[in-house]
Design a protein around this ligand. Structure first.
Ligand SMILES: Cc1ncc(COP(=O)(O)O)c(C=O)c1O
Length: 437
C-alpha cells in the first residue's frame, strides 16, 4: 500500500475540497432534495435552441481553428467584444489588458499564483466567497477578514485591520471584494464607498481584486446601472484587477470568463495560465462570442433580471409566511443569494443534518468566514461564538417557484424541530453538519 499522503507537497496537504462543490454532488445523488446550496443558474433559462444553432454553424467543419489550440489570451473576436462589454460598464480597456480565463475561478487562482507568496495577507470582506478562500489558501496566502455594513465593507475597520497587520510585520498585498450582490450576503457596496476604497488602496499601496460575476443581474425594482458601476471604471491609477464571467448570464458549463488587469500584470497572468491549461476551450469561447455577437446575450439579460427577481420574491414571501419575524435578511437587490439570520439558539452547521433529513440543503454561514491571521493580543472567540453560527446562505436562483416554497417549508420544519430538541436535549441528533464537510 502506497502512502500517498507522504507524497503530498505542503500546499497539497492543505488543499481542501470546497464544501459547496461537495453539496453539488449530494444533490446529483438525491433527486428529491431541494437545494438552496450551490449558486447555480436556473436550468430553464438555458438557451438550448440558440446554442444548438450556433453549435451547428461552428461544427460545420469549415473552420479547423474551432477545434484547434488557440492563443492563451483568448479568441481575438471575443477579446474585441469584451472591450465593448467593458466600455458599456464604464471601463476603457484594450486587448493587452484582457485575458480570457476558464471561469473566474481560474482568474482567482492565477491572481493568487502570480501575486501571493506563502504568508502574504489578503484582506477580505466578512463573510466572503468560498472559491476565493480556496484559491488564496492553495498558495498558502492568509486572509484577514473585515466586517461589512449595509453598504459594504467597513472602511474604518479595514484601515484598522490593515494597520495592525503592518505593525505585526505582515505583508498585505490584496483587497478582495465582490461589490455587486456579494456572494454570500447579496450586498452592494455603495458608489461613494467604492471611490473611498480606491483612495484607501492608493494611500496604503494595496491592489484591489474586484470580482464581478453578478452585475448584470440587478433587480429593476430596487437597483439600476448606476448602482453597479464597477470600481474599475474609476481606477485611474491601475490598481484594480477586475474579473467577470459569462457563467451567470449564458451558462457556467462554457467556463468562459475574463480578467481586465493593468497590461504588465495581464502579461504575467497569461504566462501563469499557459502552465494551467494553455488556453480556454476554443469551442466554448466561440459559443459565447457568437451568443453575444448575434445579440442573444443582450436579449437574455433583461429576461434573467425578471426571472431571478421573481424567484427572490417567492423566497421572501415563503420565508415571511413560514418564519414570521424570527428570521431576517438584507433584501437582495440582485444576484442569486439571500443571507438569512436564524433564531439565536440555532447552530446552522448542526441544523444541516436535520435539514437534510427534511430534504433541503443550504450552506451554513461559517463556511464564508475566514480569519487566518493570529495577531498578538487578539482574543480567540469561544467555539460557541463561531462567526456565522446562526447564519445561512440560501440560493434562490436554481429551484422553480414551487420547489422554493416547498424548500422553505421544509427548512421551517427542521428549524421548529431543532428548537424543540434544544428544549429537550434527548432529541438532539449526532453532530453531523460535519458529515457534509
Ligand atoms: C463571487 C464569485 N466569484 C467567482 C465565481 C466563479 O465563477 P465562474 O463560474 O466564472 O468560475 C463565482 C461563482 O459562483 C462567484 O460567486
Amino acid at each position: 500500500m502506497i502512502d500517498y499522503d507522504s507524497f503530498l507537497s505542503r500546499a497539497g496537504e492543505q488543499m481542501q475540497a470546497s464544501l459547496i462543490r461537495r453539496m453539488g454532488t449530494l444533490l446529483a445523488e438525491n433527486r428529491d432534495l431541494i437545494s438552496f446550496a450551490p449558486g447555480y443558474p436556473a436550468h430553464e433559462t438555458f438557451l438550448w435552441a440558440e446554442f444548438r444553432t450556433i453549435a451547428r454553424d461552428l461544427l460545420s467543419g469549415q473552420d479547423g481553428d474551432v477545434l484547434q489550440y488557440g492563443p492563451t489570451r483568448g479568441f481575438r473576436p471575443l477579446l474585441d467584444l469584451l472591450i465593448g462589454i467593458m466600455a458599456a460598464r464604464g471601463v476603457a480597456t484594450s486587448a493587452d489588458r484582457l485575458l480570457v480565463t476558464t471561469g473566474s475561478q481560474q482568474g482567482l487562482d492565477l491572481i493568487a499564483r502570480v501575486l501571493l507568496d506563502p504568508g502574504d495577507v489578503v484582506l477580505v470582506e466578512l463573510p466572503t466567497y468560498t472559491g476565493a478562500i480556496t484559491a488564496f489558501r492553495n498558495v498558502q496566502g492568509q486572509m484577514a477578514g473585515v466586517p461589512q455594513e449595509a453598504d459594504g465593507i467597513d472602511l474604518a475597520a479595514l484601515d484598522e485591520v490593515y494597520l495592525r497587520l503592518v505593525a505585526a510585520g505582515r505583508r498585505v498585498r490584496l483587497l478582495y471584494l465582490v461589490p455587486n450582490f456579494q456572494n454570500p450576503t447579496g450586498l452592494l457596496i455603495g458608489q461613494a464607498k467604492r471611490r473611498r476604497l480606491l483612495e484607501w488602496a492608493e494611500r496604503r499601496n494595496v491592489l484591489i481584486v474586484e470580482d464581478d460575476p453578478y452585475r448584470e443581474l440587478y433587480f429593476e425594482d430596487s437597483a439600476c446601472e448606476a448602482d453597479v458601476r464597477p470600481m474599475k471604471a474609476d481606477d485611474v491609477e491601475g490598481r484594480v484587477i477586475y474579473l467577470s464571467s459569462f457563467s451567470k448570464t449564458l451558462a457556467p458549463g462554457y467556463r468562459v470568463a475574463w480578467i481586465d488587469a493593468p497590461a504588465a500584470l495581464s502579461a504575467k497572468l497569461e504566462v501563469a495560465k499557459q502552465a494551467e491549461d494553455l488556453c480556454t476551450g476554443g469551442l466554448d469561447q466561440r459559443m459565447v462570442y457568437e451568443a453575444a455577437h448575434r445579440g442573444i446575450l443582450d436579449r437574455q439579460i433583461p429576461v434573467l433580471r425578471k426571472h431571478y427577481q421573481a424567484k427572490r420574491d417567492v423566497m421572501v414571501e415563503a420565508l415571511r409566511r413560514e418564519f414570521g419575524s424570527s428570521v431576517s435578511w438584507p433584501a437582495p437587490r440582485g444576484g442569486f443569494f439571500l443571507w438569512a439570520t436564524l433564531p439565536e439558539a440555532i447552530d446552522a452547521d448542526h441544523l444541516s443534518a436535520r435539514a437534510l433529513r427534511h430534504g433541503v440543503i443550504y450552506v451554513a454561514g461559517d463556511a464564508f468566514f475566514v480569519d487566518d491571521v493570529r495577531l498578538p493580543g487578539k482574543a480567540q472567540p469561544a467555539p460557541e461564538e463561531r462567526a456565522g453560527r446562526n447564519l445561512i446562505r440560501l440560493s434562490f436562483s436554481a429551484p422553480p417557484h414551487d420547489r422554493i416554497r416547498q424548500g422553505v417549508a421544509r427548512l421551517a420544519g427542521a428549524v421548529r424541530e431543532e428548537l424543540a430538541a434544544l428544549r429537550d436535549p434527548r432529541d438532539r441528533p449526532a453532530p453531523a453538519g460535519q458529515a457534509a464537510r
